[in-house]
Ligand binder design. Structure first.
Ligand code: GLC
Length: 734
């Protein structure tokens, strides 16, 4: 850094969008649309050759959305022409596979993989994603999203790990470890990015970017908790959130970014802004009179890198020259960015081998992980015995619905993938069911779920004549490359949380034909459809199961795989019940509505199996360990059927009497337990006392003495839990 000019040091703090992505963005967008877009980019009065020259001049240190290895090498070769030959750091939204690049493995979306409650899968998916990213020239995943989802009207549910701070933090930690593997040294790792700091996942009206006004206590106990876990896991970058928090836009929130996360939590990496959010301090939040003031506010608060585009360098340079920003602030940012480049091996080798790409993406091993992840993440919501379909002779299955034979099962942050690298629901059924004696046909249905018409429904009703079963795939479309056809995803919140358009009419019309119907939701959102829950024989929530999703769905329908997924968030009966989370305060349901239930359609942690598991013999005790006291808990689980299966055992706790109100239950441990037919197993947990901590009257993080009830079972619903209390006789301060 001693050899670098001020301009070159600031250059490291500047990020631009890749040339090809730029050119894909619709040229006819107005300046207003460009600012409001979080996905299309265009730089007024800058040509590609101007940006190329800025790289050669050392004025750009990073790019995002570089969608091919060729382009990555092209950009790196420009950087090699700069005075100091500092390589570029290239970031991408590889949030469930390097899926913004064509031909890669698309794993189940975060909300889908969360239903597996599998840290091992989360780690493996991140590890393999890192390999596919480095193969195509990206070094920085804008992942994991550790937003705690508390309003499913929000469009980005699919990108989160759900509503529980402990599960979100735990899975986020596993992904960070998979991406970075401790110190992210070497050419097979990437740096991670925990986002979005903070609290944008319960926007005041469900709309992305809208404000958050939340108490300090809730901020720390719910929204900040996964970020503390991420920092403890060594995440090297954090991304600030679009929204304001209690009147202060996140991009200038010095108390959160610096006082809490850097000083108190000990964050050692660097902050990147979210898309044009420094600009929005002036243009949306109106807290800055011009861009230069916005830059001062955000860099002083903690932002180290600007996403994205021109004028940031000049603003910082002027602020340092005028003394408003100390050069030391630039040095601190530049040092962290260079540290990432050194550790990632970019100084030794900034280029990737183009001809090696094909062998390193969508590999057999990665496909196997994607399939395993889909198998473990799919949730059986209803089954009156219709499933699994057993061996038969000459039975006929018709597969139909808007999501029956499309790529909508891939979820958000995905570019168009080759059809031979995606197994749709129909293709999965077509490959498996005939081996069990079934004929399988497709009735191609209108793929635009929001535009279903009478004719579509009538044709489907006619098509089912002569069939013995219907597999009906409905849900959402959050495919980024079908931006205007989407029904969910970034900047696509909804004012309700049921099926889009006339999908329910379609379901009811097909139900009336009397042909047994297996309903498959393909959506990253909880769908509030009580009629479906009460009237259909079989309902599967397959989330956004990725490249291999159709195969896993077929295996579950045909009984090759025993479903084990559990809902990582609450499914309300209607949007009117919101906010509806399982870890609510004691007074939440002291009263009832005049009409309608106050219970959820499906609780947090819920999912059926073809097996039947029984819990008993819950034992509990406290142990004094040298590093920290812990609660030891054991429980017996019996598989009451001859069908092998997996149960996700959940452990919740409640502080019986506390100095401020606390949730009626909080998840504190979980584990996937595989049981052969009629097998019994005793499962042991050791829970550090710190996991019971909260902020007391004086906002001191502690565990108070007194009685704690532990609840263990198959879901967060009281009817699924066995419980036992323990008394802690001393206070713990953390
Ligand atoms: C978007 C998203 C963020 C993403 C970034 C870069 O606006 O908010 O999650 O990483 O821009 O694509």
């Amino acid at each position: 850094m001693a050899r670098m000019s001020l301009e070159e040091k600031i250059g490291q703090m500047c990020q631009f969008v890749g040339f090809n992505y730029l050119s894909q963005s619709s040229a006819e967008m107005s300046a207003e649309e460009v600012l409001n877009s979080d996905s299309d980019a265009r730089y007024e009065d800058l040509q590609v050759k101007d940006i190329a020259q800025m790289v050669v001049d050392g004025k750009i240190g990073s790019f995002l959305h570089v969608l091919s290895a060729e382009e990555a090498n092209q950009l790196q070769s420009l950087a090699q022409k700069s005075r100091l030959k500092i390589p570029l750091l290239i970031g991408i939204d590889a949030i469930h596979g390097n899926a913004m690049v064509t031909g890669t493995t698309v794993y189940p979306s975060p909300i889908t993989m969360a239903a597996s409650f599998s840290n091992e899968l989360a780690y493996r998916i991140a590890r393999e994603t890192a390999l596919e990213m480095r193969a195509t020239g990206s070094h920085w995943a804008f992942s994991p999203n550790v937003d705690v989802l508390r309003d499913p009207r929000w469009g980005r549910v699919g990108e989160t790990f759900g509503e529980d701070p402990f599960l979100v933090g735990s899975l986020g930690k596993s992904m960070i470890e998979g991406y970075q593997m401790e110190d992210f040294t070497g050419s097979d790792k990437v740096i991670a990015c925990a986002k979005h700091l903070v609290a944008g996942s319960e926007p005041s009206n469900g709309l992305n970017v809208s404000e958050m006004d939340v108490s300090d206590r809730t901020l720390r106990e719910i929204f900040m908790k996964p970020f503390k876990t991420a920092v403890d896991a060594g995440v090297f970058t954090l991304m600030a959130a679009h929204n304001e928090v209690n009147g202060i836009p996140a991009h200038m929130h010095k108390e959160i970014m610096t006082d809490i996360v850097r000083e108190e939590y000990g964050f050692k990496g660097f902050y990147v802004s979210d898309w044009l959010d420094i600009e929005r301090l002036e243009l949306l939040h109106n807290v800055a009179a011009d861009f230069k003031e916005a830059v001062l506010l955000s860099v002083d608060a903690g932002i180290d890198m600007h996403m994205h585009g021109p004028h940031f360098l000049e603003a910082v340079q002027a602020l340092v020259t005028s003394g408003d920003l100390p050069e030391a602030r630039v040095d601190a940012a530049c040092a962290k960015i260079l540290e990432a480049k050194f550790r990632l091996g970019l100084f030794e080798q900034p280029f990737v081998e183009i001809d090696a790409v094909e062998d390193r993406i969508f590999t057999e091993a990665h496909r196997a992980t994607a399939l395993e992840a889909a198998r473990q993440s799919i949730i059986l919501l209803e089954n009156d015995g219709l499933l699994p379909l057993t061996k038969s002779s000459k039975k006929r299955i018709l597969v139909t619905g808007p999501n029956a034979n499309t790529h909508t099962q891939l979820g958000d942050w995905v570019m168009n993938q080759p059809s031979d690298k995606v197994i749709t629901v129909f293709e999965g059924m077509q490959a498996l069911a005939p081996k069990m004696g079934y004929d399988v046909d497709l009735h191609a249905f209108n793929p635009r779920a929001a535009l279903i018409e009478d004719a579509d429904i009538e044709q489907a009703v006619q098509a089912v004549h002569g069939y013995d079963y219907i597999v009906l795939a409905v849900g959402d479309n959050s495919l980024r490359y079908q931006w205007k056809e989407r029904t969910a995803g970034e900047n696509l919140a909804r004012s309700d949380i049921n099926l889009v358009g006339r999908q329910l009419d379609l379901v009811q019309a097909l139900h009336r034909t009397g042909v047994p119907l297996v309903l498959v939701y393909l959506s990253g959102k909880p769908l509030a459809e009580p009629w479906i829950a009460e009237n259909l024989s079989a309902v599967i929530a397959a989330g956004e199961p990725g490249s291999m999703g159709g195969q896993a769905i077929a295996e579950i329908i045909m009984g090759e795989v025993n479903p084990s997924g559990k809902t990582p968030l609450t499914t309300p009966r209607s949007v009117g019940q919101l906010r509806m989370v399982y870890n609510h305060k004691p007074s939440q349901y002291a009263k009832q509505y005049a009409f309608g239930a106050t219970t959820p359609l499906y609780p947090f942690g819920y999912g059926l199996s073809y097996s039947d598991f029984e819990y008993s013999d819950l034992e509990i005790g406290k142990v004094e360990l040298e590093e920290s006291d812990a609660i030891r808990l054991s429980v017996k689980i019996e598989n009451k059927t001859a069908i092998e299966g997996t149960e996700i055992v959940q452990v919740y706790f409640r502080d019986q009497v506390s100095s401020v109100t606390r949730p009626v239950k909080e998840l504190v441990a979980y584990r996937r337990v595989d049981l052969a037919g009629n097998e019994t197993e005793t499962v042991h947990f050791e829970i550090p006392v710190e996991r019971l901590a909260f902020y007391d009257l004086k906002m001191q993080r502690c565990v108070e003495p007194g009685a704690f009830e532990f609840m263990v079972g198959a879901s967060s619903d009281d009817s699924d839990l066995i419980r036992k209390s323990i008394h802690l006789d001393k206070r713990y301060d953390f």
